[in-house]
Design a protein around this ligand. Sequence first.
Ligand code: NAD
Length: 328
Amino acid sequence: METQTNNVLIVDEDLCQKLVSRQQAFDAVKGVFAAMARGGARNFPVIREALGYADAVYGFKSGFDREGGVLGVKSGGYWPGNAALGLTNHQSTVCLFDPDTGRLSALVGGNYLTAVRTAASSAVSIAQLARKDAKVLGMVGAGHQSTFQLRAAAEQRAFEKVVAWNPHPEMLPKLAEVAKEIGLEFEAVSQQELGAQADVIITITSAFEPLLLRSWVKPGTHLACMGTDTKGKMEVDPDLVANADVFTDEVAQSVSIGEAQHAVDRGTLNPGAITPIGDVINGDHPGRTSDEQITLFDGTGVGLQDLAVASVAARLAHESGLAPSFSL
Ligand code: NAD
């Protein structure tokens, strides 16, 4: 019978925001992508279910990073009625466990961390794959994630300007404000104009049909497609995906729930041609090899990203002594 109690750290949303910087999230996500590609970390199958209650979708993303000693699960989902209650629709919490004993070690708020780790993911892809001389950043999407995306992307290249388009144009001023704050010119443009001007494009919407066509995107562009994380969602023309060099966080998710699902389903993209971004980070794949090729990162969002940033939050919370704990 177990007699010893263990201390469980509680790291709330405010503390996560105080403690985990964009750079720390970037380093954690880059590190775990590299570990995944080496086989030192793996994601477990995702559970995602419609509850049939409160219109909610609920699920678990979990994994084990053997190299980093991180084991845990992010649990949460989407409650569309939350906004009316003054709450964020996406809600999640991360549980971290001691990989040596299986005992719960920390409960970490997952809402801010989800945004910062998703932004870190596209930022890692820009750092690895975008042309070094990229000057114009294109943003398709203007929801909750978009400002996190913009801030993280802006740190990867010497961008001068942001061009943006959103299906709901009334949401764009929020992005414009952030662009201004970080010293970038901002222009709201049509989808065609966005493709014509942008050297790097981030898509972060809930779309189910293409918002960008292949013919609108110029040679040499890097796209980070971040919104498609469910079967049926789609942000860009499957022809664009089929004709790009495609990279992803995890191939199994890319072909089933990511942006690549449609080109794969149509038989125009071979799953074997999709490269884990970790291979590029580890120097096992050259990444971009010409100024003309279109690179596309299919950022589907894996549990190990959540665990990586949550473990940074837990470590910093422990070191700072700022987080309460309880005995279990
Ligand atoms: P949000 O609800 O705050 O914003 C939604 C965005 O999608 C807005 O730009 C909105 O104008 C647009 N939109 C809404 N309905 C649309 C439709 N029918 N067609 C086209 N566009 C539509 O959401 P958010 O938190 O900013 O998340 C945006 C997307 O990113 C969601 O699809 C979410 O599931 C996804 N996401 C992905 C990851 C990942 O790791 N890849 C992580 C978090 C969120």
